[in-house]
Design a protein around this ligand. Structure first.
Ligand code: GDG
Length: 431
């Protein structure tokens, strides 16, 4: 958006008691930011409730965690109506509209109801579940119909698109599905495609190199360097979909199975808290504290902590510096739309001596990063073995795998993702 210019519209991240009158407008460089507050009740029912208590778990195949409530769904619709109402006066007639993620599925319908007909696309950052999972949600039909109000719907992987098609066929029959994957329902055609999100490869490399002199990055390097330890890293929002519990168990198994690593490896897990008010998040938080405590209690030495588990946020460039000086990165979600950290780790490496990525096959990124060490996150023994393999892999193999992954990252970087989606969106209405 910085190069193209435009309007960014969304929730401010703040709460206010009264119904928001008008969006707050800030203009910075070529972008106008229009944001509105949510009322505490809407935050509860819309954001924490329907979005993150019903849709998030269901779309990540945690059917048992997904809780549906009518009042939450009604608020979801009402908040989307309100967003549309506030967005409308800000839209210019030649604007194209790109809507992001599961919080805003009904937005196109609400805009069209108010007479807006400009190209409107939707991109889903998280997985789309197969119909056999989706159907557990009482309002899945409504959400699918809402998606049909977009001109283009984009997914992270072919698997997600296939799942979306499974729902289309179930609801409207195979005749609704065109040979190019587009969907026609009630005379309206919606295109659907795969647009794997990428990263700013050059930007990350610069961040990683430039941050090597930052205090925090130096501290990590100095401490591990002093004892000649290898560094393993993980960076995830604290979320039950990220497979952290299984990962901690796998790391414990790794230390147990390959005891030559005792006192020789240091695992840094950064996991900033998120959505802490939801029960499932509080639960996983407790379980992780116990699991890291158990491993440290069992294996730690006077001058060695096997897992350093930090619930803190770091500036992005510092994170990239941490990654550049790590020999292995563990990305083992039990389900993930893409996982940008996996791509960032690869981009942040020194090509002459790159660290190795251990990556879950259940992350969208696995479809592209096929030269990573691919693992099933539930296979504790397999992940333990992959950690050992990553730390003992010969330099020429690491370089070769890294180079292969970099080629994919460059071909499919954040700019390519953006351009492809926007071009297809514009084209979708001209056909
Ligand atoms: C959703 C989907 C999909 C992490 N900790 C800190 C920090 N981060 C940054 C990472 C990365 C981003 O946040 C996390 O992105 P992920 O892709 O890994 O995961 P989600 O947050 O779950 O994102 C996911 C993504 O949308 C994009 O489509 O890939 O599947 O779930 O960039 O570096 N950034 C800073 N401090 C931290 O402590 N500054």
């Amino acid at each position: 958006m910085k190069s193209r210019g435009g309007l960014w519209f969304g929730w401010s991240g703040n709460l206010s008691e009264s119904e928001p009158a008008e969006p707050d407008i800030t203009i910075r460089r070529k972008i106008t930011y229009a944001t509105i507050d949510l009322r505490p009740e809407d935050y509860e029912l819309y954001y924490m409730g329907f979005c993150n208590g019903a849709l998030w778990p269901l779309f990540h195949y945690f059917i048992g965690e997904s809780r549906y409530r009518d009042d939450q769904y009604e608020t979801y619709q009402r908040v989307n109506r309100q967003f549309a109402k506030h967005l409308l006066p800000l839209l210019k007639s030649d604007d194209i509209v790109w809507v992001h993620d599961y919080h805003l599925i009904p937005l196109a319908r609400e805009l069209r109801k108010r007479g807006r007909e400009q190209p409107t696309g939707f991109f889903l950052h998280i997985p789309f579940p197969h119909i056999e999972v989706l159907r557990a949600l009482p309002v899945h039909g409504e959400l699918m119909r809402d998606l049909m109000d977009y001109d283009l719907v984009g997914f992270q992987t072919q698997r997600d698109l296939n799942s979306f098609h499974s729902a289309v066929v179930e609801l409207w029959g195979s005749e609704a599905l065109g040979p190019d994957g587009s969907i026609t329902v009630g005379g309206r055609t919606t295109k659907a495609g795969v647009y794997p999100i990428g990263v700013d490869v050059e930007g990350i490399q610069e961040e990683a190199v430039d941050s090597m002199d930052k205090q925090a990055v130096k501290r990590v390097r100095t401490v591990a360097g002093m004892f000649g330890r290898s560094r393993v890293i993980g960076v995830d929002r604290l979320d039950y979909s990220k497979g952290l519990l299984e990962r901690f168990e796998a790391y414990e198994r790794f230390l147990e199975t390959y005891p030559e690593n005792l006192n020789r490896v240091s695992y840094l897990q950064i996991a900033p808290h998120s959505r802490s008010d939801i029960r499932a998040y509080a639960e996983i938080r407790n379980q992780l504290e116990q699991a890291s405590g158990r491993t440290n209690g069992r294996f730690a030495d006077l001058d060695w902590t096997p897992i350093r588990y930090l619930n803190r946020n770091y500036p992005h460039d510092v994170l990239m510096g941490f990654m550049r000086q790590s020999q292995a990165c563990l990305i083992t979600p039990v389900r993930d739309g893409m996982n940008l950290v996996a791509k960032e780790f690869v981009a942040a490496q020194d090509p002459d001596d790159p660290g190795m990525l251990v990556l879950s096959t259940l992350a969208g990124a696995a479809a592209e990063l096929t030269s990573a060490l691919l693992v099933n996150p539930n296979d504790i023994r397999g992940v333990a073995h992959a950690i050992q393999q990553a730390l003992t892999m010969p330099l020429n193999e690491r370089r070769e795998r890294h180079q292969q992954m970099m080629e994919t990252l460059r071909k499919n970087d954040i700019h390519a993702w953006h351009n492809r989606f926007v071009n297809d969106l514009v084209e979708s209405v001209h056909q």
